[in-house]
Design a protein around this ligand. Sequence first.
Ligand code: GTP
Length: 520
Amino acid sequence: MEGNEMSAAFENRVFNRRSGLAGGRMGCTLVTGFLGSGKTTLLKHLLDNRGDLRLAVLVNEFADSDVDSLLLDAARLNQAFNLSTVSLTHGCACCDVSGPFRESLQRIVDSRHNFDCLLVETSGLARPDKFVADLKEVGIHLDLTVAVVDAESLDKIINIDIVRRQLQHVDIILLNKYAYQHYIFQSLDLIISCRCDLATLSQVSNAEDILEGLTGGAKVVRSQFCRVPLDLVIDCTKLQALDVEKNFDSMPGILSHESLPKMAFRHNNAPVQISSIGDTGSQPSDNFDAGFPHGASFSSASFETEVPLSLALFQSKVLNIMRCSRSLIRAKGIIWFAEDRENRFVFQWSGLKRVEAVSGQHWESSPKSRVVLIGTDNSELQSIVLQLSASANYQRGVALEPGTVGEHARSFSMMVASDSRFKEPSSKDPLVVFGLKGSPLRGVKESHLSGALMRLINGRGKIFVTATTSGEEYNLQLLLDEGTGVNTAWDEIRSATSIVISKICKNFCPCRSDLTAHVH
Ligand SMILES: Nc1nc2c(ncn2[C@@H]2O[C@H](COP(=O)(O)OP(=O)(O)OP(=O)(O)O)[C@@H](O)[C@H]2O)c(=O)[nH]1
């Protein structure tokens, strides 16, 4: 199917939906991929850009805590559309997911919402083929199976049996965590190439070779944060007239392929339903199909608390033990930090020890931390949980010496203020708030630069920064406790900044740049 035909079918469907014409049967896309590859990121992208498409989402979690629904903000979205949230945990699809999964499917089929498409996110340790029979049984036609692959870490995980199984029988592979080659037209005679993400070009071409050998013909598409056109992963070409009651807004509208990304900024009211599916077993055991190395291989641990965690202890102890762990594969959750109580942080650990802690939201209900860990060694997971609970049970005075922290923060702020690549720093006691300047003239957003800086700094592991976002504004936050020397922190940030800027703004002539990002 040519891209243009796909887009036309997609637009027709949206047009038909809006004008009350037959919209066709509900489509279905199965999203698979190993832990942390970017499946939830893809769902978020589809939800943010869904326009008038009515999407139902089912999320299958491996761990016994339903963190993905929190990350997708399921309760709020469902409440807004008066839909109930089904929370079914313990999702390990190597086990029999049939019961709860089939029930959830039936509810979606029976619902009055006439969804255009059902998106099923399998857990990172799931075999996608386990879901296919259930879809068929309730009469849902599976249009596409999409696998998301972390381009940076594929060569490290390719020998895991489940990863190979996930890549069999897929239609499309998103080779993710790869930056497109963007071209910014500074003037007619100058083209600036701009790329910055995790995977290098050689990793990407190596990954492409591996995937070609394994899948025999799946379409491989490079992506960053899974930002792909919707019609690549939602197939609207096989629609038949559907005989259902319709009572839609008759206002016609045409959704063009090019305008899709802009819809992220538009408030719209297409309904979304999100739930988690799972099975009845809490942990995988050894009794599964031959060849699947779970049971002894993968386990999960969950941690929950209603008291805030000390950021100081989190960065010095929890992250330290996580970084030293050789068996931790994935961690994710929502965290309430004592040093920044009003913000709700989304914490992510994935791939090659990549760490993110980003907040863009205040708490809507009582604050509560919830973290899920997945790895191959139970005792290591337990040690991490112990450190998490120690950082929740801290005595504030023990964790931080306010005098020293304040002094460090002031010295650090002065250093940031003296570097023109940075915005004016501010203080949110005990944190220093800072960030890189963007370049509106050249279309380089501060969120792009500061986000890349956060990922690089946290990946190198010498210091830890959190990020807060609000609209276009993107700030980093640093807590300088006794263990973090001001000069060490500043040296680390300065050197990481030069790398980020030189990657993102490769070939910029700094002398002609409004981005005060000189790398000479
Ligand atoms: N740098 C970078 N990070 C990415 C990209 N795509 C996703 N991530 C990050 O990778 C981490 C894991 O992404 P998720 O979408 O939660 O991965 P997942 O496959 O749903 O994870 P599980 O459900 O646990 O299997 C998050 O921190 C994302 O922000 C990308 O293209 N580049």
